[in-house]
Design a binder for this molecule. Structure first.
Ligand SMILES: [Zn+2]
Ligand SMILES: [Zn+2]
Length: 156
C-alpha cells in the first residue's frame, strides 16, 4: 500500500480539522465518537465511522461485509496506513485462535476440576482430558445404555 499523507486532499478540510496527528503515527479523531470509540464523521446525511470514511477515500472500497481493523488497536485512529480490511469470518477465526490459546493455558477443566497430574490424561494428540469428567461421562453412558435397553424391551 502506498503511504498516505496527513491532510490528503481526497478528504475535505472539515475532516482534517477533527484529526490530530500523533508522534506515534496515529491520526486520532478528536471530534465526537461512537460508543465503540470510533470517530463519527457526518457524510451524506448520516454519521459514518471516520476510519471507514478515511479508508474508502484514501485506500479504496471496503469489500461487502468486511470490517476495517486497526493494526494500532486504537479505534479512534483514522490513519489508513494502520487500517486493514478483513472479512467477518477472518476476524472470527482470529478470535477463535485466541480462545484456543487461552484454553490451552487453563488450569481447570470446563467443570472446574484441576488439571493436576493425577487428574489429567494426556492423549497421544497432546490434548488434555480431565479424568474426573471422563469418569462421569462413562457413568452417564452406562446409565443411558441400561435405560435404553430397558426402553427397547418395553417399546414396539
Ligand atoms: Zn493508528
Ligand atoms: Zn473435569
Amino acid at each position: 500500500m502506498s503511504t498516505v499523507n496527513y491532510g490528503d486532499e481526497r478528504l475535505p478540510e472539515r475532516f482534517w480539522t477533527k484529526v490530530a496527528a500523533q508522534p506515534s503515527g496515529c491520526w486520532l479523531w478528536v471530534s465526537t465518537k461512537n460508543p465503540r470509540g470510533y470517530g463519527n464523521f457526518w457524510k451524506a446525511g448520516t454519521h459514518r465511522p471516520a476510519h471507514r470514511v478515511a479508508y474508502e477515500a484514501l485506500v479504496g472500497p471496503i469489500p461487502e461485509g468486511a470490517d476495517v481493523r486497526h493494526d494500532c488497536d486504537i479505534p479512534s485512529c483514522v490513519n489508513p496506513n494502520h487500517l486493514r480490511t478483513g472479512t467477518r469470518s477472518e476476524n472470527m477465526r482470529d478470535c477463535l485462535e485466541r480462545g484456543r490459546n487461552a484454553q490451552a493455558a487453563k488450569e481447570f477443566c470446563l467443570q472446574g476440576h484441576p488439571y493436576s497430574e493425577e487428574n489429567t490424561y494426556v492423549r497421544p494428540s497432546g490434548a488434555r482430558t480431565c479424568r474426573t469428567c471422563q469418569r462421569e461421562a462413562v457413568h452417564r453412558y452406562q446409565r443411558r445404555n441400561i435405560g435404553s435397553a430397558a426402553d427397547a424391551g418395553g417399546a414396539a
